[in-house]
Design a binder for this molecule. Sequence first.
Ligand code: ADP
Length: 446
Amino acid sequence: MKKKRKTRLSKIIRKQQLQQFILVMATFAILFISLGMIVFHTFESNTYDGIDHGIDNQIKEIKNSPKVIGQTQIHAPGQNTPDQSDPNHRSPQPKAPFQTSILIYNQKKELVNKSGLGNRYSVLKHVPMRKSDLNKKVNITINNMNFRTELIKVSKDNNNAAYAGKYVMVVQNFDNQMESLENFENILIVSFGIFWLISLVLSYLLTKITMRPIIRSWKQQSEFVNDAAHELRTPLAIIQGKMEYMLTKPNDTIIEQAEPISVSLDEVNRLNSLTNSLLELARVDQATTKLNFQTVEPEAFLSDPIRPFEDIVKSQKKNYSYKFDEKIQLHVDRDKIKQLLIILLDNATKYTPEGGKISISDKVENNKYYITVSDTGVGISDADKQKIFGRFYRVDKSRTKATGGHGLGLSIAKQIVKNHHGKIFIEDNHPQGSKFIVELPIKHKL
Ligand code: ADP
């Protein structure tokens, strides 16, 4: 039954882990893709800006061509073909950069500077000339070559007769930029892919680490609920049994049925104390407790539980001693510390046989305040020393009936100490019994 519950729990946990992992993975993917798109888009628009800037400069030069005196012949501008016949002759044609060509069309859309284009003509003749594209930047691809173009209409007053009144198209080849854009895209995809894989591994580890405390408290909570239900079930089953038995004897008197009645009452008492302990445990749980901290001397929380205990212990024919002489101030919730001492004194009394001795004392050492509750009782084995602070843990379950414990007292004690930033530990009391030592931080020495 317990095994079945455990596998169901680990199935839920695994599902939860997977969900969280997928969520983290998707988040990283979205982050990387958007980052990649932003970087690529920025790079791409910078590249196009650079190309467009070149085209715009070219157009500006065409529109503001310098005046040429004595120009008789129409040049075919747009090429990097300096006028070699006269080195002093200032060519009216703009100095187009290497990757730029200038195409001049007449009104009939015929290319008029074919000869000046040289061997580029075979490619550039395919550039479509559309008046609808006037003053627009257009991307075209010819023979796997990429060009960005802009068509303008040059005014008749232009100084360069080659351009005047013509349609001029600036054609910029951007294969180089395209290639680096593609390279950049590939690098981006590969490097982001690698980083995504790394982030997958990291997110897997991260999921495992972040889920660990959740899983632990989940398991603890589920165990706690199961144990609590189990503890409640036993007295309820006894009460039910006794009641059903009494129903079979409707004519009996109360005296005749005294035994089942008193057993039922005992179990009701057990249920009462169990529910009180469960409530207390829920209350001292760090998340829900609001402690009433005050600065007090030990006397404030020691005198109340200790002196009345003397009567109980002595009535059970056990010896009792206490010794307090520390004058210091502590910042504590005095009611909670009282409750802690009652748990320890109650246990010491419960687990010490007649004739045994229970003592309580305090001391200050290394700026810490220590309260020690020792007994000469049954003692606690080393293996049980840590376990007994666990919820519902009892060393000898068969003795429970006699002692009336549920195994919750020390869990409450541990939580109280934790809430006070202190510690609680157990030592053997030589030659017989155990010592419970509570360590609390000191506020002031008096
Ligand atoms: P309980 O209500 O059963 O006493 P606790 O949480 O207070 O629950 O204690 C848990 C277990 O630790 C007890 O069942 C008992 O076996 C053991 N224990 C606690 N205090 C002492 C002590 N002073 N001497 C011996 N055993 C002790």
